[in-house]
Design a protein around this ligand. Structure first.
Ligand code: FES
Ligand code: FES
Length: 220
């Protein structure tokens, strides 16, 4: 009877990311989760994601770096740790508080921002991964006292109750209308399907998105 424990271990090729940097994303995140970011691990990630980052390891072993993030058209220099999410960098370092933290695990969409025009859950994106990308939040929409047509439509259609989900929905609608200025109701529903509203304002959000499309076609 052959002993199963004698079976040779199968050879597994390293994933492409591991081959390039010498560290896999899984390995990196594990290290961060254990609070064990080492000086040998972090620079590989730094260099692949943030050419202008200056990494430093404190006596406590916490490694942080100075990176530049382009938020709503402006470049900001931010000090982040390897584990810092984009949501945290925006809210806690830059005082850009429209992305809300509700689930903090990529399920509800309250933290939605646009990265290069596409919706992203900022609570599950590392700040490092946003280096060199265009980050857009609700703060960019109004022009002085004049609200963006999407914001106006949300108010006119009463599309919010507690409001925690609203900035995420507004950004999802913005991404949708930028890509498709004349959506059907079905397309609106699909466009905001990554966002959850605990208060159940969905029908009004859909109406607001359609009204915003009408307003934007008329030029605001
Ligand atoms: S807070 Fe980011 S998806 Fe819920
Ligand atoms: S308005 Fe309360 S969660 Fe949507």
């Amino acid at each position: 009877m052959p002993d199963l424990h004698d079976k040779p271990e199968p050879e597994i090729s390293p994933a492409p990311e591991t081959q390039q940097t010498g560290i896999s994303r899984r390995g990196f995140l594990k290290g961060v989760g254990a609070g064990a970011v080492t000086a040998t691990v972090v620079p590989a990630v730094w260099l692949s994601h943030a050419e202008n980052a200056a990494a430093q390891t404190s006596p406590m072993g916490v490694t942080d770096a100075s990176i530049q993030l382009k938020v709503n058209g402006k470049i900001h220099t931010v000090q982040v740790e390897a584990r810092t999410t984009l949501a945290s960098a925006l809210r806690d370092r830059l005082d850009v508080t429209s992305p809300k933290l509700v689930c903090d695990r990529g399920e509800c969409g309250a933290c939605t921002v646009l990265i290069d025009g596409k919706t992203v859950y900022s609570c599950i994106m590392l700040a490092l991964d946003a280096v060199g990308r265009d980050i857009t939040t609700v703060e960019s929409l109004a022009s002085g006292e004049t609200l963006h047509p999407i914001q106006e439509a949300f108010i006119e259609k009463d599309a919010l109750m507690c409001g925690f989900c609203t900035p995420g929905f507004v950004m999802a609608v913005k991404a949708l209308l930028d890509a498709n200025p004349n959506p059907t109701l079905e397309e609106v529903k699909r466009g905001v399907s990554g966002n959850i509203c605990r208060c159940g304002t969905y029908p009004r959000v859909f109406e607001a998105a359609l009204e915003a499309a009408r307003k934007m076609k008329k030029g605001g």
